[in-house]
Design a protein around this ligand. Sequence first.
Ligand SMILES: NC(=O)c1ccc[n+]([C@@H]2O[C@H](COP(=O)([O-])OP(=O)(O)OC[C@H]3O[C@@H](n4cnc5c(N)ncnc54)[C@H](OP(=O)(O)O)[C@@H]3O)[C@@H](O)[C@H]2O)c1
Length: 425
Amino acid sequence: MTTEPRTILVTGGTGLLGSHIAVRLLADGHRILLLARGRPRQSARVRVDNLLDWFGVPQSLRSKLKVLDGNLDHPGLDLHGRDRQMVTEEAEETIHCASDTSFSTRKRQHVERTNIRGLEHLLDVLQGGACRGFHLISTAYTAGKRSGSCPEDFAPAVAFHNVYEETKHRAEHLAKLRCAQNRIVLTVHRPSIVYGDSVTGRTFLFNALYYPVRTLHFFSKLYGRDIREQDGAKARAMGVTMDPDETLHLPLRIAGSESHGINLIPVDHFIRAFMAIRADAPQGGVFHIVNPDNITIGRLVDYTRRFFRLKGLRTAVPDDFIDSPRNGLELLFENHIQAYGSYMQDNRIFENAKSEAILHRHGITCPAFTYDVFATCMRYAVDVDWGRSPEPHAAIRTDGKRQPFSPETQPDEARNEVAAGYRNA
Ligand SMILES: NC(=O)c1ccc[n+]([C@@H]2O[C@H](COP(=O)([O-])OP(=O)(O)OC[C@H]3O[C@@H](n4cnc5c(N)ncnc54)[C@H](OP(=O)(O)O)[C@@H]3O)[C@@H](O)[C@H]2O)c1
């Protein structure tokens, strides 16, 4: 693929992956048309500006980024005529990151509207225009309930764990058909589960990996405070105790086996891999961006125990729960993380020969998920109160000025279901 500066449309500009991709392409000299939605009290432009501050993007680069206030859910993306025309006539390449990432069945209509009809609306706007390359950010979990090897290619439908997986699978096939009809080269990127930056821990999306860890952190704060500051009745009811040195015991078994695990990649790896595939696969295709090694739940439990100085946490195999049914704390935990169950107990193997060949040529390997990486990410998460507080240290922008930053001036609860789950606990 040419390295000449291009005009590139990026959707999901306020999302984790869309913003990282846009900032990287901007730094590489491209002109970016960024599709983003406004909020009732925050315009799309302000939301994007806050994010550019978060990334420390210098003012000199910002003139090459045009924010398009639009919504996938509506025909024409709800764009003004002028903006719609600009997308059709000027976007030479499109990177489609926007998606409704809810797993909830009761949100089916909404998820379908964004992930299927929204894609149609986008492709309608691009039809007959300048766009010659379309990158669809999909997910490795379009594999659904397959077990064992999952092909790095379009695959027939299977049963799915949730409406998100199903609609992402359908979107891949829709994009394949429509791009072929319009002679647009389609590249499907399928990341597994993305967490923060492996070096700095930074992120502004605290879902997936963060969810169960945050739940345990929440339990430890809740029961720790109850024992220290109240009469400890809540803690006693859950069998939670505290040592004289204030180490907390959470009597909590977490289902997990050595043969199953969770597939995690840091956001910095995702960006490097995406850029390499974009550069080296001009013919398009389907690419898994995954970690060659699943992380076992045992390792995650061990890291969590060490980081939060907790005792009592351990993994257990399903038979253990037959012999000794779940206690109150275990039921509460399971209830909280139910939606993520299939991703934590994974024995799927995502074939990656095609993507690995490209990454190998670029000297890119997925950073190992060591305790140090985990601790860096969780320290950051705790410092920013899982996305509710601004960063404690001022950001150093590339123009040398310091400025406090936060991705949103208000916590982005709509996108981050974690927060909502918490307040209900
Ligand atoms: N993060 C992961 O672990 C992961 C893993 C595998 C695949 N993926 C895929 O990667 C892509 C990006 O995910 P992400 O992690 O960046 O998610 P994210 O942070 O939740 O971002 C989703 C983006 O989509 C936008 N969006 C949703 N509905 C829209 C609509 N109707 N019109 C316009 N924009 C809309 C959101 O806008 P608002 O901010 O206005 O809501 C947000 O900018 C998604 O396609 C996802 O399926 C992500």
